[in-house]
Design a protein around this ligand. Structure first.
Ligand SMILES: [Zn+2]
Length: 304
């Protein structure tokens, strides 16, 4: 079996993935973000056209199940814009769900994740599959919900080979996540993508996590996470200088309507990529935006 990136239009040779926004959202709905729903396919298409015009070729949507991810709209958007789209299964933190809905979901969670990775996404036309499992930690720890979801994600990983992408609350609890997923459940660290770490810019810790083999998915500029923008390049520099350039991923992580208006995912390519090239050389920009995502999202897919 050769490695492939599982897009909403089918499995893709990783060499064909191209310039990739490794963590973003075209659609997202949460009771935590009232009035900020990303739920408009026309707006998503506009974002993707702008991203493609800037040289973008692939975008990974980290919106998990039950949060308005619009799996039904993703294949059409990919066809209309020529941008490869990768969708997620998984669950976010408990606060994003109705408690009764969560209780129902807990039964057979690993099987649900596995089916979405191998058979098709709930709510999408047949055969439109997820390419990653999204999970979420807590502030400096992992609650029962997080542990339950991560156990199921690890099981789905072992059944399918899928990568696991992690939301870290304010950038914390990454060591606890690796302890649980890798040390306890045997997921290889290279299959784990740690999100939002620059919200907690502990560079020594970041170097340890990269040395352990995990990918570090840093947030690009977004109105929602503006607080991290000013140390993004220091974080990149610390990892590059320590020899971990091959562990770095970048994504816009657009989570609200306000964030979508500007700068949006295209900013990654119009502003950040040239600056990466200027500061660290064109080779580094290519690694972070093209080579690393091709490795991070490729899997030797198997079915249970
Ligand atoms: Zn996100």
């Amino acid at each position: 079996m050769t490695a492939a990136v599982r897009t909403v239009l089918g499995d893709l040779d990783p060499a064909g993935l191209g310039v990739c926004d490794a963590h973003d959202h075209l659609f997202l709905r949460s009771p935590r973000l009232p009035g900020e729903e990303l739920d408009d396919p026309a707006a998503a298409e506009e974002v993707l056209h702008a991203f493609a015009a800037a040289g973008g070729r692939a975008l990974v949507q980290w919106t998990p199940a039950g949060m308005g991810r619009r799996a039904d709209a993703l294949p059409g958007l990919s066809r209309a814009t020529g941008v490869h789209l990768i969708a997620a299964t998984g669950l976010h933190q408990a606060v994003h769900y109705d408690p009764a809905d969560l209780e129902r979901r807990y039964a057979g969670l690993a099987g649900f994740f596995t089916a979405e990775l191998t058979t098709g996404l709930h709510g999408a036309p047949g055969g439109v599959r997820a390419g990653l499992v999204k999970v979420a930690g807590d502030f400096h720890g992992l609650d029962r919900h997080a542990r339950r979801v991560m156990a199921a994600a690890a099981e789905a990983h072992h059944a399918t080979g899928a990568p696991i992408a992690v939301h870290h609350e304010l950038g914390t609890a990454a060591p606890e996540v690796l302890d649980l997923l890798c040390a306890r459940y045997g997921v290889p660290p290279g299959r784990v993508l740690l999100g939002h770490l620059n919200r907690h810019p502990d560079l020594r810790l970041h170097r340890e996590l990269a040395a352990a083999g995990a990918f570090l998915a840093l947030d690009g500029p977004s109105r929602a996470h503006h607080a991290t923008d000013h140390h993004l390049f220091d974080t990149v520099a610390a990892l590059v200088e320590a020899g971990h350039a091959d562990r770095l991923l970048l994504g816009g992580d657009t989570t609200t309507r306000g964030a979508r208006r500007a700068p949006g995912p295209a900013h990654l390519l119009t502003v950040l990529a040239p600056r990466l090239a200027r500061e660290f050389g064109p080779e580094l920009a290519r690694r972070v935006l093209t080579d690393n995502p091709a490795r991070a999202f490729a899997a030797d897919w198997r079915s249970p």
